[in-house]
Each structure stands twice: as structure tokens, then as C-alpha cells.
Design a protein around this ligand. Structure first.
Ligand SMILES: O=C(O)C(=O)C[C@]1(C(=O)O)C=C[C@@H](O)C=C1
Length: 122
């Protein structure tokens, strides 16, 4: 593997162009990921309110196990490391559970509800 630190000015223009093209795609994908995550959190906020209202536990390990199994299969089919997919889902779900707990606490304390998309109160 070459690890030489070529100064930016010395890079072949064709290489520079290809890098810029790939980075444009990466930026588009990152934007899509952010928008999809925002939509997912809008759904989970509603789940959090529903669970709090009906005194359901924030976490549902059986549902998580099904999600992980499904995502690992999707990842394998998409040639994505299933262990990474599982870690990523667990990371997101941990944040969701934190939100659910906070909504449940606020519901018990009669705090003002958070606005859609807002995860913490001002
Ligand atoms: O489906 C639920 O019950 C949720 O609360 C959503 C969600 C998720 O983010 O997908 C989060 C926590 C649960 O442990 C399982 C799944």
C-alpha cells in the first residue's frame, strides 16, 4: 500500500476529478442518511409517546432481536458487514430508548411535550 503524502498540488487532475465525483456521491448519500434518520426518529418519538401514555416499557428486546436478524440478512444480501449493520442499529436503538425514557419521565411529571423532531426540551 502506498502511504506517501503527496502534496495536493501534485495530484493528477483526472484523479482529482474522480475524487471530487465520488465525494459528491458520498455527500448525497450522507444527506439521504440524515433525512432518513430524521424520519425514523419522528416515528420513534411517536412510539415513545404511545408507550408512555399506555405505560409500556421503553425497550422491547424481542422486537430488537427480530430487527437485528432482519437487518443482518439485508446487510449480507447488500454485501455490507452484518456485524457493522447490527452495531449501527444498536447505536440508534440505544438513543431511541434514551428518548423513550425521557418522554416517559416527562409524562409522569406532567412536563410540556416536546415538539416533533425535538429530542430535548429548551
Ligand atoms: O418498536 C418499538 O417498540 C420501539 O420502541 C422502537 C425501537 C426502534 O428504534 O426500532 C426502539 C426500542 C425498542 O427496544 C425496539 C425498537
Amino acid at each position: 500500500m502506498t502511504t506517501s503524502n503527496t502534496p495536493p498540488g501534485d495530484v493528477d487532475p483526472a484523479v482529482r476529478e474522480e475524487l471530487a465525483r465520488l465525494r459528491d456521491s458520498i455527500d448525497n448519500i450522507d444527506a439521504a442518511v440524515v433525512h432518513m434518520l430524521a424520519e425514523r426518529f419522528k416515528c420513534t418519538q411517536q412510539v415513545g409517546h404511545l408507550k408512555a401514555k399506555h405505560q409500556l416499557p421503553p425497550a422491547d428486546p424481542a422486537r430488537e432481536a427480530r430487527q437485528i436478524a432482519r437487518l443482518r440478512t439485508l446487510a449480507e444480501n447488500a454485501k455490507l458487514d452484518p456485524a457493522f449493520a447490527e452495531k449501527f442499529l444498536n447505536f440508534i436503538i440505544a438513543e431511541v430508548i434514551r428518548h423513550h425514557e425521557s418522554i416517559a419521565e416527562d409524562t409522569i411529571n406532567g412536563a410540556a411535550p416536546t415538539a416533533p423532531g425535538q429530542t430535548t426540551r429548551m
